[in-house]
Design a binder for this molecule. Structure first.
Ligand code: ZN
Length: 129
């Protein structure tokens, strides 16, 4: 029995989708990314709202690029409204990341000393050696 997967972009059914979206949508995404990247080269430091307006790439798609680490949100836009939109987007991304672990990304298993929530009884600060 084979599984059927739904492309999360266009909603069409496919037998197997390695990346959750179909080839057509991957192509479309790449095209959108190139458009945004080229536009940002001409407009470095532009706000997210400006990029959405200028390139026509919808904000959720921009958010995906940002989440994938392909785009970065620069500092605040010039207007408070644009700043607010960016803050909203950041908050949404944080919630999304928190609710859906991204493959290949691990924040646990840090090599250094973790900030232990449990304190040793009677323990003060101590150094070893
Ligand atoms: Zn698709």
């Amino acid at each position: 029995m084979s599984t059927v997967e739904v492309c999360r972009d266009c909603g069409k059914l496919f037998g197997f989708l390695a990346r959750g979206i179909c080839g057509d949508c991957i192509d479309a995404r790449e095209l959108q990314f190139v458009v945004v990247k080229e536009w940002l080269r001409e407009n470095p430091g532009a706000s997210l709202a400006a990029a959405v307006a200028a390139t026509g790439v919808p904000e959720p798609r921009m958010a995906e690029f940002i989440r994938e680490g392909r785009l970065e949100l620069a500092g605040a836009g010039p207007s408070p409204e644009e700043k607010r939109l960016e803050e909203e987007l950041r908050a949404r991304l944080v919630r999304e990341i928190a609710s859906r672990p991204v493959m290949g990304t691990s924040v646990s298993a840090a090599a250094g000393e973790p900030e232990a929530p449990h304190r040793r009884p009677g323990g003060g600060m101590r150094t070893r050696g």
